[in-house]
Design a binder for this molecule. Structure first.
Ligand SMILES: Cc1ncc(C[n+]2csc(CCOP(=O)(O)OP(=O)(O)O)c2C)c(N)n1
Ligand SMILES: [Mg+2]
Length: 801
C-alpha cells in the first residue's frame, strides 16, 4: 500500500496549506470568542495550541497521504484543523466554521453524527477514538474474510492521538487484543508535544512507548528531528547540539520554545558554548533562525513526515511518534499553560499580519498565499483523499422474519431462550444468519452463545483447528477458528467489547457491508465499559447487547456480580433501546424487532402510534436472566407483539373497580403473578402489567407530552393508553430486580400513588427465594406494599415479613 512520494513542487503548496490550516483553525476559535456574539459570557474553549501541534501532520495526511478508503480518528482538540482542512477541500461550509462550537455549528470535537463534513470516527473522550481505529481494522478484515466488499480497496485505519491520551488504559487493552487478532492496516500517530492538559509529560516516555509497541508487533517510527536540525547536526559541532537536544528535559525545551531565539542562544551558549565548532554553529544564526532551528522537530517537517508515511510499504501496524510543539507557530508555543489558552486580540492581530491576511478576508480560502488561486485550486482538485464523492457508505437492509423460530420449554430462562433462538438462526442458510457476528469478552459459554458458536465457528484470519477435536477428546464445544467463523473471541476487557461493537456496528457506513453485531457480557460489567458504550452510541454504531446474568437473580454467581443500576442506564443512554423480557416468546419478538431496529436510519420522524423515534433506529440492550421461569402457553397475536415492542401489556387486565395494579419487569414475573393471585380475593379487579421495556415506555410517555405541549392535543403514548381506564384511586406496586426508580415513574402517568419495589443495596448471597425475601421483591413484599398503598380489608395471604 505504498503511496507515491510527493513531487518536489508539491512541497511549497503543502507548506501554504499547512499555514492556511493553522490560520483557519486559530481564527475559527478566535472568532467564536471575540467576534461572534456570545451572549452567555462563557469563554468558548478552543485549544488553539493543542490543534496547532498537529497542523503539519494533518496537512501531510489529508493533502498527500490519505486515500478515500482510509479512515481517521482525529484527536479531539485537533477538531479545528479537521474542519479547516475540510473547508479547504470544499467539504465544509464557512457558515459552520463561523459557528464553531455554537448552535448547529462545527463541533468542538469531530462528530460523526453532528458534523456534516465527513467525520470518520467521533472523538472527545480520549483513548476511545484511538482504539476504535484498531477495532475498525479488525472489522474490515472480518468483512473481507467473509468475501464481502472485495471490490473496494482496503483502507488504513489511522488515529491521531495526543501523547497524554496514551495514559488511558483502554488503549493498552486494545493493543493486546490487536496483537491476538493479527492487527493490520492500522497507524497511530502520536502527537508527542510532551504536554497534556495540566502538565508537561515525564521524561523519556517515548522510549517506553517504543518498547511497548514493538513488543506487540508494531513497527515504530520516531519522527524526532526535522530537516533543518538534521542539516545542522551534519555541520561541525552539530553532534554536540544533537546530544544537547536529546538530553534537554521536556519542561526546559517547552519553556525555551515559548521564550524564543534570544533565550535559546543564551541557554545554548551557557551550556555548550565553550566547545568551538558548536559555538560557531549557534552564532552563525540570527535569533529567528535559531528559534526556527530549535522548533524544527520531526512533527513539523512536512517533507520528513511525507517521506516517513510514503516509506510504509507493508500492512503491519505502525506507531509514529512525532515530536511536536504544542502551539506551534503561535505566540504561546510551548507554554505549559497553553492548553486552553486563547490568543489575545493583540496576538491575533500580529498573527494576522504575519500570515498576510487582510482584515475582512479572514475566511477567504486563498488569502495570504503566495501561489496563484489556480495553482492551489488545481492542487486541491487532485488531492487523492478527496476523489470520492462520498466516503459515507451505505448497505442494504437484511430482511428479518417477524417470527424467529424457537422451541419453548415449559420452564425456561430468557438467557436459555436467547441461546436457543440464535441456535435456530444458525441452522439456516439465510442472509440473516450470515450477517450476524457475535463477540464476547471471555463469557461466550456462560452467556449461552455456545450453541451458536458450535454451528458458526470462531473467526480468525488464519484457520486454527480445535486440538481437543483432533485429539478425539470429547467436548461439548467444537471450536475451530477460521476466516469464515462468525464469533470473535475477545479477552476479558469489556471496554474492548464495546469498542469492537462500535467498529462492527459501523461496518455499513465504513465498509459498505452490513453486519448485525451481537455482544454478550455479564450485566454488572456494562459499568466497566460504560464510557465506551456511550461512545459507540454517540457515533451511531448499531449492535445488540445481551447482558446476563443480571440483578440479584443471578444469586449463585455471588453477591459481587449483582447489578442494580443497569436498567436505569438502559433508560438514560441515548441511542440504546433497553428491554427486560420475562418470557421467551417475548424475547423472540424483541430479538426480531432488534435485528431490524439496528438497521433503520430514517429521518427521525416520530411515530404517532407510540411517540418513539422508531424510524431512526438505534442499538438495543437486552437484560436477560438465568432464572428458569414457567412459560405461558399462548398465541403470539399481532397486538401482543406490538405491545411487547412498545414496552408493556396487561397480563391481567384490570377491571373497572381496580384497587391495585402490579407492574413488573423481567425475572420477578413469577412473584408478581403469584402476588396478584394471592390478593385477588381481597382487592378488587387487580391488574397485572408486564413491562418488557421500561425504557421505551418512558420515552414514549415524555415524547407524547412534548407533542401535546406543541399543540398535538391527541398525542397519546402507549402507557397512557394502557392506563386510560384505571380508576383514580387505585394504587400501583411496581417491582423489578433493579433500582426501584426503573418503574417508579409509572405513578406520574395518571397521578396514581405508587410504591416502587426494587433493589437498592446488594452483595448478599443466597438462593433466589432468600434474596428476593431479603431485598423485599418477593410475592409477600408485593402484597405488603399493595396493602399499604391500597387500604382495605387485610389481605389474608400476607405473611409476616
Ligand atoms: C476520558 C477523558 N478524560 C479527560 C478529558 C479532558 N482532556 C481533554 S484533552 C486532555 C489531555 C490533553 O493532552 P494530550 O492528549 O497530550 O493532548 P494535547 O492537547 O497535548 O495534544 C484531557 C485530560 C477527556 N477529553 N476525556
Ligand atoms: Mg500532549
Amino acid at each position: 500500500m505504498n503511496t507515491p512520494s510527493s513531487s518536489p513542487h508539491e512541497l511549497p503548496i503543502l507548506t501554504a496549506l499547512e499555514r492556511k490550516t493553522l490560520w483557519l483553525a486559530s481564527w475559527m476559535i478566535h472568532h467564536a470568542n471575540h467576534v461572534r456574539e456570545n451572549s452567555d459570557g462563557v469563554k468558548v474553549g478552543g485549544h488553539q495550541a493543542s490543534s496547532a501541534s498537529l497542523a503539519t501532520i494533518m496537512t501531510a495526511l489529508y493533502f498527500h497521504t490519505l486515500r478515500p478508503a482510509d479512515r481517521v480518528a482525529v484527536k479531539p482538540h485537533a477538531g479545528p484543523n479537521f474542519h479547516a482542512i475540510q473547508y479547504l477541500l470544499g467539504r465544509q461550509t464557512r457558515e459552520k466554521l463561523e459557528r464553531f462550537r455554537g448552535y448547529k455549528g462545527a463541533q468542538s470535537y469531530p462528530s460523526r453524527t453532528k458534523d456534516t463534513d465527513d467525520v470518520d470516527f467521533s472523538t472527545g473522550s480520549v483513548g476511545l477514538g484511538v482504539a476504535q481505529t484498531l477495532f475498525s481494522s479488525l472489522a474490515q478484515d472480518y468483512v473481507r474474510a467473509h468475501g464481502w466488499g472485495l471490490e473496494r480497496p482496503e483502507g488504513r485505519m489511522i488515529a491521531l492521538l495526543g501523547d497524554a491520551e496514551l495514559d488511558e488504559g483502554n488503549i493498552f487493552e486494545a493493543i493486546l487484543e490487536g496483537w491476538k487478532q493479527g492487527l493490520r492496516n492500522c497507524w497511530w500517530i502520536v502527537d508527542y508535544n510532551r504536554q497534556s492538559l495540566d502538565a508537561v509529560v515525564r521524561e523519556g516516555l517515548w522510549q517506553r512507548y517504543e518498547n511497548l509497541f514493538r513488543n506487540f508487533g508494531w513497527d515504530v517510527v520516531v519522527l524526532k528531528y526535522g530537516a533543518l536540525q538534521q542539516a545542522a547536526f551534519a555541520e561541525p559541532g552539530g553532534e554536540v547540539l544533537r546530544q544537547w537536544i536529546d538530553n534537554c528535559p521536556n519542561q526546559l525545551y517547552s519553556a525555551l520554545v515559548f521564550q524564543g531565539g534570544a533565550a535559546w542562544r543564551k541557554r545554548l551558549l551557557d551550556e555548550i558554548g565553550d566547545q568551538g565548532a558548536v559555538t560557531r554553529l549557534i552564532e552563525s544564526r540570527s535569533d529567528d533562525e535559531l528559534a526556527r532551528l530549535m522548533n524544527n522537530l520531526g512533527g513539523h517537517d512536512l517533507a520528513a513526515i511525507i517521506a516517513a508515511f510514503d516509506a510504509i510499504d507493508h500492512d503491519r501496524p505502525v506507531c509514529f511518534i512525532a515530536y511536536t510543539i504544542k502551539g506551534y507557530g503561535l505566540p504561546f508555543a510551548g507554554h505549559k499553560d497553553n492548553h486552553a489558552g486563547l490568543m489575545t486580540p493583540a496576538q491575533m492581530e500580529s498573527f494576522r499580519q504575519a500570515m498576510n491576511i487582510r482584515p475582512g478576508h479572514e475566511w477567504d480560502r486563498f488569502e495570504g498565499l503566495r501561489q496563484s488561486e489556480t495553482d492551489i485550486q488545481g492542487f486541491l482538485d487532485r488531492v487523492p483523499f478527496a476523489q470520492a464523492d462520498s466516503r459515507n457508505l451505505a448497505a442494504a437492509r437484511i430482511e428479518i422474519p417477524e417470527d424467529l423460530a424457537v422451541t419453548i420449554q415449559p420452564e425456561m430462562a430468557t438467557q436459555q431462550g436467547f441461546g436457543a433462538l440464535l441456535n435456530e438462526i444458525a441452522r439456516e442458510k439465510t442472509p440473516l444468519a450470515a450477517r450476524i457476528v457475535t463477540a464476547s469478552p471471555d463469557v461466550t459459554v456462560s452467556t449461552n452463545l455456545g450453541p451458536w458458536v458450535n454451528r458458526r465457528g470462531l473467526f480468525a484470519r488464519e484457520a486454527l483447528a480445535d486440538t481437543f477435536k483432533s485429539e478425539r477428546i470429547p467436548s461439548t464445544f467444537n471450536w475451530e477458528f477460521s476466516p469464515k467463523g462468525q464469533h470473535i473471541e475477545l479477552g476479558i476487557a469489556e471496554m474492548n467489547l464495546f469498542i469492537a461493537l462500535s467498529a462492527l456496528g459501523l461496518s455499513h457506513a465504513i465498509n459498505g457491508e452490513r453486519l448485525l453485531p451481537i455482544g454478550t457480557l455479564y450485566d454488572p460489567f456494562i459499568a466497566r465499559g460504560l464510557d465506551a458504550l456511550n461512545y459507540a452510541c454517540y457515533q451511531d454504531a448499531r449492535f445488540i447487547l445481551v447482558a446476563t446474568p443480571s440483578g440479584i437473580t443471578l444469586s449463585p454467581e455471588g453477591g459481587a456480580h449483582q447489578s442494580i443500576a443497569e436498567p436505569l442506564i438502559g433508560m438514560a443512554q441515548d441511542g440504546l433501546a433497553a428491554f427486560e423480557p420475562a418470557f421467551v416468546d417475548e424475547l423472540a419478538v424483541i430479538l426480531a424487532f432488534a435485528l431490524d431496529y439496528i438497521q433503520r436510519s430514517g429521518d427521525g420522524e416520530i411515530s404517532e402510534r407510540n411517540w418513539l423515534r422508531d424510524e431512526t433506529g438505534g442499538s438495543v440492550y437486552l437484560r436477560l436472566s438465568t432464572r428458569p421461569v414457567e412459560q405461558i402457553a399462548r398465541e403470539m397475536t399481532p397486538a401482543l407483539r406490538q405491545a411487547i415492542v412498545d414496552g408493556a401489556y396487561w397480563l391481567r387486565e384490570p377491571g373497572p373497580n381496580c384497587q391495585v395494579v402490579v407492574a413488573y419487569s423481567g425475572a420477578v414475573a413469577p412473584e408478581a403473578i403469584q402476588a396478584v393471585g394471592l390478593m385477588a380475593e381481597d382487592r378488587r379487579d387487580v391488574g397485572l402489567l408486564a413491562v418488557a421495556s421500561a425504557d421505551r415506555l418512558n420515552a414514549g410517555w415524555t415524547a407524547a407530552w412534548r407533542a401535546r405541549e406543541r399543540g398535538l392535543v391527541h398525542a397519546r403514548s402507549h402507557i397512557e393508553r394502557l392506563f386510560a381506564g384505571l380508576p383514580r384511586h387505585c394504587g400501583i406496586v411496581s417491582v423489578v430486580d433493579a433500582h426501584p426508580a426503573t418503574l417508579g415513574w409509572l405513578g406520574a402517568v395518571n397521578g396514581h400513588r405508587v410504591r416502587p419495589l426494587g433493589v437498592e443495596h446488594f452483595g448478599q448471597t443466597g438462593s433466589i427465594a432468600e434474596l428476593y425475601r431479603h431485598y423485599g421483591i418477593d410475592a409477600n413484599a408485593i402484597i405488603a406494599a399493595a396493602q399499604a398503598i391500597a387500604p382495605g380489608r387485610p389481605i389474608r395471604y400476607l405473611g409476616a415479613a
